[in-house]
Design a protein around this ligand. Structure first.
Ligand code: FES
Length: 114
């Protein structure tokens, strides 16, 4: 699996790619914390839920809670992670919260590789 973000130096077409592992190996863990060389604020949670990968910032946009440690629940077909600090929820697909908060993700693309 490769990840890409649009603003790293030395990238072609505005996207840099980094191999983070084989999809088959990454799928064995519900959430992995992917450390960024750009600093703690750019770390990413890579979730694997119900056969799909999702990525979002590792720190909650409320007060920085560790989203990789949050519970994941599905309600009305929406997969959500709940921040372990104050229980705010974030949709794994849209990264929007039931509050007005929005989680971000530095990674623009996830490309599975076998
Ligand atoms: S830090 Fe995540 S809900 Fe407060």
């Amino acid at each position: 699996m490769a990840s890409g973000r649009g603003d790293e130096e030395g990238s072609a077409d505005g996207a840099a790619w980094r191999l983070v592992g084989r999809a088959s190996e990454l799928a064995g863990t519900r959430c992995r914390l992917m450390y960024s060389s750009l600093g703690r604020g750019s770390d990413v949670c890579l979730f694997y839920v119900k056969g799909e990968f999702f990525a979002m910032d590792a720190r909650c946009s409320h007060s920085g809670g560790p989203l990789c440690e949050g519970d994941i629940e599905e309600a009305d077909g929406v997969l959500q992670v709940f921040c372990p600090w104050h229980d705010y929820n974030f949709d794994l697909r849209t990264r929007k919260s039931g509050t007005s908060l929005q989680a971000e993700c530095w990674w623009k693309n996830l490309v599975p590789s076998s």
